[in-house]
Design a protein around this ligand. Structure first.
Ligand code: GLY
Length: 351
């Protein structure tokens, strides 16, 4: 058995753990990240929408405030990282599939207005002017100018670049120490648990009330040149679907939402449903190369709001980011750094 030490051990090297480790390191802390496969969980499946407006659900105003606060941090966060992480500030187009969708978008536009959010309804002609490749016959839509996107895999790589990473499962956590699967121990002033949907399963770690996995499946399609410029989303006969484009012609199509416990196997029906609905919004998807099917487990809480808090002496937890992990990475990293280094909670997180 070997014992090493760090100021902080971050258990979990997905986008949240990586952002926390990076932020703490910028403050001079010696940080070790422990994860057997960093970035290969929910981060790997994530499309990278940064969408406080179009991910808004009725009754989630507290989450909205947090999402907006993190979205505001993104430009500086990306600039400080200094890497090309595919951050695209092109806005999001929501296409209405039928008259019922258009009516729902009108209600949503009203909600946006009442909350001071920016969105504008689009006629069919305006929709086509923004995205000429959408299916003929779509009746209109909505444009959310402030909802952007980033490539989560590139962001994750940039955050972990140069970090101390131990690629092993954690066997247990105790105050001031993490024991690895091979018996080695890392002594630490603080242990941060950021292990997504598995954050409550670590021996000696925090219990997180109501945390559950919600499986999400995404597809990666590729064409030689981009066929859409904005994030394109919609609901087709009530099924939500989104398409997130990258500069190189990749489109990420998402996402299923399945209460399937910790099962991460890809489901054929989800692939079928995503392709069926995506091509109804954007027929060109059928001609694209299918490059990858990914699944991940979103860490969901009963109120869909993350848990970012001190969980005991020298123990901090950051999980429950559900559908907004990539968006919430900057504010979570800042909040955990504030907690670890100064014992204070960021006002935007506690509000
Ligand atoms: N934020 C999109 C999703 O969770 O599918």
């Amino acid at each position: 058995m070997r014992t090493t030490s760090a100021d902080v051990v971050v258990v979990g090297g997905g986008i949240i753990g990586a952002a926390i480790a990076w932020r703490l390191a910028t403050h001079g802390a010696a940080v070790t990240v422990v994860d057997p496969a960093p970035g290969l969980g929910a981060t790997h499946a994530a499309a990278g929408m940064l969408a406080p407006v179009t991910e808004l659900h009725y009754g989630e105003e507290r989450l909205l405030r947090l999402n907006l606060a993190s979205a505001r941090r993104y430009p500086d966060f990306v600039a400080e990282l200094g890497a090309d992480v595919g951050y695209r500030q092109t806005g999001t187009v929501v296409a209405a599939w039928d008259a019922a969708d258009l009516a729902a978008l009108r209600d949503l536009a009203q909600l946006h207005k009442s909350l001071g959010l920016t969105s504008e309804l689009l006629t069919a002609r305006e929709l086509r002017a923004l995205e000429p490749a959408v299916a003929p016959g779509l009746s209109g839509g909505l444009f959310a100018a402030d909802d952007h996107s980033v490539d989560p895999r590139r962001l994750h790589d940039a955050l972990l670049d140069g970090a101390q990473v131990v690629r092993q499962p954690v066997a247990s956590i105790a105050t001031g120490a993490v024991t690895l699967a091979d018996g080695d121990v890392i002594a630490a002033g603080t242990v941060v648990v950021a292990a997504g949907a598995r954050s409550g399963q670590i021996s000696g770690g925090p219990a997180i009330a109501g945390l559950r996995p919600v499986k999400g499946q995404t597809l990666r399609l590729r064409s030689r040149k981009p066929v859409i410029d904005h994030v394109l989303r919609g609901s087709v006969r009530g099924n939500p679907v989104y398409l997130v484009p990258r500069e190189d012609g990749e489109i990420v199509v998402g996402a299923s939402s399945e209460e399937a416990g910790y099962d991460e196997s890809p489901r054929a029906g989800a692939v079928y449903e995503l392709l069926r609905d995506a091509q109804l919004l954007l027929p060109a998807t059928l001609e694209m190369e299918l490059v990858e099917v990914s699944t991940g487990l979103r860490p969901a809480t009963p109120d869909n709001t993350p848990v970012i808090e001190a969980a005991g002496p020298g123990l901090v937890v950051a999980t429950g980011h559900y559908r907004n992990g990539v968006l919430l990475a900057p504010i979570t990293a800042d909040a955990v750094a504030e907690l670890v280094l100064h014992g204070r909670m960021l006002a935007e997180v506690s509000a």
